[in-house]
Design a protein. Sequence first.
Length: 296
Amino acid sequence: MRITFILLIVLISHKSAYSQDAKEFSNSAFLKKLYTDKSYTDLKRKIALEFMHIPAGRWGEFVDGVDERILTQKKIVAFTFDACGGKNGNGYDKELIEYLRKEKIPATLFVTGKWIDSQFNSFLDLSCDSLFEIENHGLNHRPCSVKGDSIYGIHGTANIEEAFDEIEANARKIEAITNHYPHFYRSATAFIDEAGAAMTSKLDITAISYEVLSGDAIPFASESAIEENVLKNVKPGAIIIMHFNHPEWNTKEAMERIVPELKKMDYSFVLLKDFSLTSLNGKVSNIRKDVLFDIH
Ligand SMILES: [Zn+2]
């Protein structure tokens, strides 16, 4: 009886500690705190001054300063899954994650601050699992623009300061919760302008897009359509983009078909953080000395 009582108290306090953390790290509370942090506001001012006269450059998914693939000729690919957050994006595809765990498939997860707020305990659970790498998908899922460009009806950030908040605030939020400052940033929708990509690199973060579009986000995409998109376009070093915030989509069902086929083709699966990346035009923007440099 006594043990049960103690267990109950421990469980209750554990649960309330989680919800306390969730509150403390919520986008609004965390940003408010950052605005009083001199290291953050000084860096923001410095970046704003530096980029004041730099033109936005091209706006798209494959612009200069963005990487789309792993620098390798080996048969490896990186599965990357976004969690966008917001009104229609706050879900958690638990079955997909269970499948990845069961099959021991490493995956790089790009999360927004909004999604962390809605799935705080699941986020903690994922961030403790070395099968997964947590990376940055922006604080509020706003495409990274320095002049307010939009795409698919989603408003991008209006200026360099907003672009900075979108990337750096979420990077610090991830670091504050997990002790790991992200290596990579994928803009919401993958659209970004060249000034935004250059700014990302000043933060020691590599802006990435993708090489293989799975199409899992296309309304009502069937598992066979997603499978075909991946298998037709896969090549050594490909970064494959999918989502893990829509359990109602066919992502997991498609993965159950894609993974065995890729294995038959001798592909293995890696985390982005273990490799240097490159762009589709072959321009290497960031050779990382601390990771496997593997072009053979
Ligand atoms: Zn997204």
